[in-house]
Design a protein around this ligand. Structure first.
Ligand code: FAD
Ligand code: NAI
Length: 462
């Protein structure tokens, strides 16, 4: 069996990026993947397919709601679901094959099958045992359902089943107003499904800026989503074609039921570490099932590293990628760095929602004095031209030094705009630095500059 400098288990954004970087740094590298295609949850059943369906359904929404306003008259397109799914699968295929190409280009061996670690320095795939000086474990995560709810991926589905439904349902209950629930709930609402979101807490998207939460929920309501807040789902009774969801309204202590064609369980994900043999090796795990690592992504067992959704931190593809590159650098004897304070979050609904750094809540908890600079997209000419004036950019800056501490955006291209702030924060910029940077007109980015101006002498178009 071949000897490697590094074997990575899992070819998601964490694992495949780590593999490519290891190879680029001159290490003999293999990556084990049990799925038929590379790219992990993100490319196969996560980020990429969901964004394809968000794009297609957004186009329909634009045709139905905005085309006539611009003088584009005629019947709106109808939905051919099979073709929409084929388009989504084609996008997946292009991306997963792209990773296969990158593996070949960088001379990363793909060891096909499910891997385990019989002892430190060895990785077993099928009947073959390979030797590796270093092992990076990047097995990702899986949906975590609620106790007593049986998922059949047809009527009661996780995100994986929701990306593959046999037809567009007439009604859907989404359990959980987190990122998955709202992205996929939006897709089906735009396609004509009556979507009801049942959420345990009183606010959607836990942990997000409170003003953004309110505006976001109001916008989604306008788009037809119904919300039942402060409601704990008790059970889901399903037949082959229908389901009944029973929930308790926590404040009133009353029980209620809703019928739906499909129930999407979107109540979080948990690390997937089955079959790796970590327990037998004595690898330390947290109470939440995450693999424990130090600041070099090393576990307590020498030579075994872990990255991505299976360790602490936000379950995001770009966080996994950054850890993959950093762990590879550490193994190659270089410095590996991830700035965990600057990992952006994006929700790809319409409007998009994005954030980075501190929230007002977290600054209050720390007792830090801060200023808020806010600018509405209503004052942005480009946004108004595309019916996207709802929403705003909010910057949080240190009251004394003007240094940018956080940003929260809801509006057009929010997922792109946030990176201007990320770069500024990475360089320790002040709001004045952003405000003094010339921004092209007419762009959505001008709203970021205006929010920066609002931290000082005032925004111009407010
Ligand atoms: P994964 O992508 O889960 O990859 C792990 C891989 O390891 C899998 O392919 C698995 O088959 C393989 N594996 C596991 N165990 C073994 C083993 N023993 N042997 C061989 N192979 C093994 N994040 C974003 O940042 N942006 C988004 O827009 C976004 N959208 C999402 C939408 C949905 C519907 C979902 C479910 C998730 C989304 N995420 C998004 C989250 C993102 O997919 C994850 O954070 C990311 O995939 C984590 O990467 P990873 O490499 O840690 O794990
Ligand atoms: P989540 O943690 O974002 O949201 C789960 C929601 O379910 C929470 O609001 C929670 O309060 C609620 N909930 C839990 N139990 C409940 C109950 N019994 N009844 C009602 N509500 C209940 O988890 P989600 O949406 O499943 O996403 C999982 C992960 O995938 C996230 O960590 C996210 O980072 C990642 N992801 C990222 C995306 C992006 O970056 N755009 C897109 C999709 C997923």
């Amino acid at each position: 069996m071949a000897n490697y400098d590094v074997i990575i288990i899992g070819a998601g954004p964490g694992g495949y990026v780590a593999a490519i970087r290891c190879a680029q740094l001159g290490l003999k590298t293999a990556c084990v993947e049990g799925r038929d295609t590379l790219g992990g949850a993100c490319l196969n059943v996560g980020c990429i397919p969901s964004k394809a369906l968000l794009h297609a359904s957004h186009m329909l929404h634009e045709a139905e709601h905005n085309f006539a306003k611009m003088g584009l008259k005629g019947k709106s397109p109808s939905v051919d679901w099979k073709t929409m799914l084929a388009y989504k699968d084609d996008v997946i295929g292009q991306n997963t094959k792209g990773i296969e190409f990158l593996f070949k280009k960088n001379k990363v061996d793909w060891l096909k099958g499910w891997g385990s670690i019989p002892e430190a320095g060895k990785v077993k795939v099928g009947d073959e045992v390979h030797e590796a000086k270093n092992i990076i474990v990047a097995p990702g995560s899986e949906p975590s359902s609620l106790p007593g709810i049986e998922v059949d991926e047809k009527v009661v589905v996780t995100s994986t089943g929701a990306l593959e439904l046999g037809k567009v349902p007439k009604s859907m209950v989404v359990i959980g107003a987190g990122v998955i629930g709202l992205e996929l709930g939006s897709v089906y609402a735009r396609l004509g499904t009556a979507v009801t979101v049942v959420e345990f807490l009183e606010t959607i998207t836990p942990g997000m800026d409170a003003e953004i939460q309110k505006t976001f929920q109001r916008t989604l309501k306008k788009q037809g989503l119904t919300f039942v807040m402060g409601a704990a789902v008790q059970s889901v009774a399903a037949t082959k074609t229908k389901a009944k969801v029973t929930y308790k309204l926590l404040k009133k202590d009353t029980e209620h039921q809703i019928d739906a064609d499909v129930v999407l369980v979107a109540t979080g994900r948990r690390p997937y570490t089955d079959g790796l043999g970590l327990e037998a090796l004595g690898v330390e795990m947290s109470e939440r099932g995450q693999i424990k690592t130090n600041d070099k992504w090393q576990t307590n067992v020498p030579g075994i590293y872990a990255i991505g959704d299976a360790i602490d931190g936000p379950m995001l593809a770009h966080k996994a990628e950054d850890e993959g590159m950093a762990a590879a650098s550490v193994i190659a004897g270089k410095h590996g760095h991830v700035n965990y304070g600057l990992i952006p979050g994006v929700i790809y609904t319409h409007p998009e929602v994005s954030n980075v750094g501190e929230t007002e809540q977290s600054l209050k908890e720390q007792g830090r004095a801060y200023k808020v600079g806010k600018f509405s997209f209503m004052g942005n000419g480009r946004a108004k031209a595309v019916f996207a004036g709802d929403g705003f950019v909010k910057l949080l800056v240190d009251a004394e030094t003007d240094r940018i501490l956080g940003a929260h955006i809801i509006g057009p291209a929010a997922g792109e705009l946030i990176h201007e702030v990320c770069v500024a924060m990475e360089f320790g910029a002040s709001a004045e630095d952003l405000a003094m940077t010339c921004h092209a007109h007419p762009t959505y980015s001008e709203a970021v500059r205006e929010a920066a101006l609002a931290c000082g002498d005032g925004a111009i178009h407010a």
